[in-house]
Design a protein around this ligand. Structure first.
Ligand SMILES: Nc1ncnc2c1ncn2[C@@H]1O[C@H](COP(=O)(O)OP(=O)(O)OP(=O)(O)O)[C@@H](O)[C@H]1O
Ligand SMILES: [Mg+2]
Length: 149
């Protein structure tokens, strides 16, 4: 994956960046989505699900209350997490992060994308992708990604 440094001037443009990102990722990847409330993390994930070929954009909704949404098609899996409401280590235990982060069987593809994932950064396998979405005013979002090793 090339390092991403882009702007998106609409939700549709942000979705498109998500598609491009997903298509450029290796068969197993963990992506941490960083950005304030309403930055566009879930919007980006709609495109990611399409680029990973597991769901259409309108099938992707925020896992705010359920903490995790899983999409699967053929040997491809997408786990979309939102840890905003996680408050205790016990809640994380219930979520089973170890399982979520386990590499896929050979021949399968697994993408784990975590909104507010900076909260569990020390538990993530290296390398992972850190993607920051920054609203810069006027409906514009700036996107930057890098591998954390
Ligand atoms: N350029 C843009 N790109 C993406 N979303 C935009 C843009 N301009 C405005 N928006 C709006 O911003 C909102 C982004 O919401 P979204 O749920 O994707 O954010 P989020 O980062 O997932 O928030 P949360 O932390 O609450 O989960 C949407 O309502 C969207 O229509
Ligand atoms: Mg969200």
């Amino acid at each position: 994956m090339l390092t991403l440094d882009a702007t998106a001037d609409s939700a549709e443009a942000l979705e498109e960046q998500g598609r491009l990102l997903a298509r450029a990722l290796p068969p197993f990847a963990v992506v941490v989505l960083i950005g304030e409330l309403g930055a566009g993390k879930t919007t980006l994930m709609k495109g990611v699900a399409e680029g990973w070929e597991v769901a259409s954009a309108d099938e992707v909704t925020s896992p705010t209350y359920t903490l995790i949404h899983e999409y699967q098609r053929g040997g491809r899996r997408l786990l979309h997490l939102d840890l905003y409401r996680i408050e205790t280590g016990a809640q994380l235990e219930t979520l089973g992060l170890d399982d979520v982060l386990r590499p896929p069987e050979s021949g399968e593809r697994k993408l784990v994308a975590i909104e507010w994932g900076e909260r569990v950064e020390d538990q993530l396998p290296r390398p992972y992708v850190r993607l920051e979405i920054t609203p810069t005013g006027g409906g514009i979002r700036h996107l930057r990604s890098s591998w954390v090793r």
